[in-house]
Design a binder for this molecule. Structure first.
Ligand code: NCD
Length: 314
């Protein structure tokens, strides 16, 4: 694996091998000293053209825990403000001698495009509506840690599918790992065509909520909506929000997920978000280990895997 651009590029065994590698970094994270020198001397740049809390901090934490140097590029204070092109920006950063770029951009395809202008490995931190592969990996990891496997699980992804790179990536990862996915949304929040999506669709959350193992709520992405796609947020919350009453109807083992940032009171009620079976902060915690696995897979070597073994064992 040279880059991590899209879940579409990975098959089931690639996904499983990344999740198994994540297990090792979760084990490392439980030690008193959480840092391992697996990527010492390597440099990782985070290049975020779009807002982010979780993804950027998580990637930077992951790189630092692997002993890599981290360069943070803040678009707001850079020459991008003076009109520097994407290509010049990437070529300039590359001239410093770097090993990986984590990129987030509002346009689909940017991570793939910039490959041509650098020899660094590219990790997609979210591109437009297209892909967010590490989110899908951390979501798959979180589900696997609760159920042992995704095989045969029924997962509902609820809400603003149309604008969601998380939904696109999750559908691919979950189904490759053996789960069944049902999309739950009003027609206006679904993509115009679902051809090639291995999913079923429902417009009725009440009909679905009692039948699922995972209830995955998506943020209403108002920044991407050019027109009003729902009559009002209140009405949306009434029909598609996870209210306490709906959360009560989930199966005993079912979990509630959200990629963050949550709009409490819109797609999820504050009370449902704070239930013990809501695993949103677990998703964030697993995100660091997943990104360590991704960075290590692209930049590390087999022999460095040994540095992960606890001292005094083996
Ligand atoms: C998501 C994103 O930016 O794609 N957030 C995240 O990375 N955790 C989802 C969102 O913004 O709704």
């Amino acid at each position: 694996m040279r880059h991590l651009l899209s879940i579409a590029d990975l098959d089931r065994s690639d996904l499983e091998s990344l999740l198994n590698l994540t297990d090792r970094f979760v084990e490392v994270s439980r030690r008193p000293i959480r840092n391992v020198p697996a990527l010492r001397g390597r440099t990782v740049v985070s290049l975020f053209f779009e807002d982010s809390t979780r993804t950027r901090l998580s990637f930077e934490t992951a790189a630092k825990r692997l002993g890599a140097d981290v360069m943070t590029f803040s678009v707001g204070t850079s020459s991008v403000k003076k009109g520097e092109s994407l290509r010049d920006t990437v070529e300039t950063i590359s001239a410093f001698g770097i090993d990986a770029i984590v990129v987030r951009h509002a346009s689909s395809g940017v991570p793939s495009t910039i490959r041509r202008w650098t020899s660094a490995a590219i990790l997609n931190g979210g591109d437009g509506w297209h892909q967010h592969p590490t989110q899908a990996l951390l979501d798959s990891y979180t589900i696997r840690s609760h159920f042992g496997s995704l095989d045969g699980l029924r997962i509902a992804i609820v809400g603003d599918i149309k604008h969601s790179r998380v939904a696109r990536s999750d559908v691919q990862a979950f189904t490759k790992l053996g789960a069944e996915v049902v999309l739950v949304a009003p027609p206006t929040l679904l993509p115009p065509s679902l051809e090639g999506w291995p999913v079923t669709v429902s417009h009725d959350l009440d009909a679905v909520v009692g039948t699922i193992d995972v209830c995955y709520l998506l943020r209403m992405q108002r920044e991407r909506m050019v027109e009003a796609l729902v009559p009002s947020l209140r009405e949306y919350a009434q029909r598609f929000g996870l209210s306490p009453e709906r959360a009560d109807r989930l199966g005993e083992r079912a979990i509630i997920m959200h990629p963050g940032p949550m709009n409490r009171g819109v797609e999820i009620s504050p009370e449902a978000a704070d239930r013990p079976n809501a695993v949103v902060t677990e998703q964030v915690a697993n995100g660091v280990a997943v990104r360590q696995a991704a960075l290590f897979r692209l930049l590390g070597t087999e022999s460095q895997l040994e540095s992960l073994e606890p001292k005094g064992t083996s």
